[in-house]
Design a protein around this ligand. Structure first.
Ligand SMILES: [Zn+2]
Length: 326
């Protein structure tokens, strides 16, 4: 059942089975001529059913609807090609379009796999699953190539609302938030979440993803946001949450540095295994491979940021990336 947040603006909750994120928030703005749908859910049957029933209850015709994607992740983009009909326009941040389509996506995923091997993953630590990251199996159809680019400052108007694209790199290379100044309301995608801290990994073709993320938090903190509409689960006090997230990462940076000081010359995989994670597992060995993938990526983004702050250095040792303090 879609929930009306304000006039012409609805939230459709999409169930995410087997995902710790649990719920994706899809937002629908009803307009006079055209509608806007923000984010869609994984490319899997259960998500499709939640989305389609929400859209039909709201009487939405996809031929009159534009889809705006906050970022490239499959839980946000997965269904866009599935619900596309002629007349739909699908928008995504310009720099993230290569992650969506065919050959460029295959190449980027292959390079991600390579980095994970350099980080210290071995075939047995990846587990029996053939894929490194399970969300890849729920990604949008790679043959769909009708994405239209969004750039910083682009404006979308619909249903009496004006949405301004605000680039917030970090969680993904060119994540976008959408700001409705008049209503003091911001669609925050996965840049600011309230029930979970967004995963920050180290991205291909990005020097310092965590550094970008922290800067992007400070950037949107300048907007006078009274209502945040996040990509997952519930909302909360926007500015207090930004302060929490900044503090959270400073603590994680300290923890990460302590691990390197106590355990020099380890791989990213080994350093991640010595950090604390909020997951119900007895030991690092027991982590499901998919959670290890997130943990190693998160650890790597913190190590790279420590490197940029001049606290640690990385070096290559027989195809493995190892870290030591300076
Ligand atoms: Zn997400």
């Amino acid at each position: 059942m879609p929930e009306e947040i304000m006039t012409n603006l609805y939230r459709i909750q999409i169930q995410l089975p087997n995902s710790p994120l649990r719920i994706l928030n899809s937002y629908l703005i009803k307009g006079e001529g055209r509608n806007i749908l923000i984010d869609t859910g994984f490319n899997r049957t259960e998500c499709r059913q939640s989305l389609m029933s929400g859209l039909s209850e709201l009487g939405v015709d996809m031929a009159d609807t534009d889809i705006i994607l906050t970022h490239l992740h499959a839980d946000h983009t997965g269904l866009a090609p599935e619900i596309y009909v002629p007349g739909t326009r699908v928008f995504l941040s310009r720099q993230e379009i290569p992650w969506m389509i065919g050959d460029t996506r295959r190449e980027l995923w292959a390079r991600d796999n390579q980095r994970m091997l350099h980080s210290g993953f071995t075939p047995d630590t990846i587990g029996s699953g053939k894929t490194f990251s399970t969300s890849r199996g729920m990604a949008p159809d790679p043959n769909f190539d009708k994405y239209l680019p969004i750039d910083e400052g682009d404006i979308f108007s619909c249903g009496g609302y004006t949405l301004k694209a605000v680039m917030t790199p970090g969680h993904t290379p060119a994540h976008m938030c959408f700001w409705m100044e008049e209503q003091k309301t911001m669609f925050t995608g996965d840049h600011v979440l309230f029930d979970i801290s967004p995963n920050i990994t180290l991205w291909q073709n990005v020097d310092d993803s965590l550094g970008d993320y922290l800067e992007s938090l400070k950037k949107i903190d300048k907007n006078d946001v009274e209502l945040a509409l996040p990509g997952h689960r519930g909302t909360g006090d926007f500015h207090a949450r930004i302060a929490d997230l900044l503090e959270h990462h400073e603590k994680r940076l300290e923890e990460c540095l302590d691990v390197v000081l106590a355990n020099p010359n380890k791989t990213v995989y080994d350093i991640a295994g010595k950090m604390t994670w909020r997951i119900r597992c007895n030991s690092w060995e027991d982590f499901p491979p998919n959670q290890k993938w997130f943990a190693v990526g998160e650890c790597h983004s913190h190590l790279r940021h420590l490197e940029r702050r001049g606290k640690v250095e990385a070096y290559e040792d027989e195809e493995l990336t190892r870290y030591r303090s300076i």
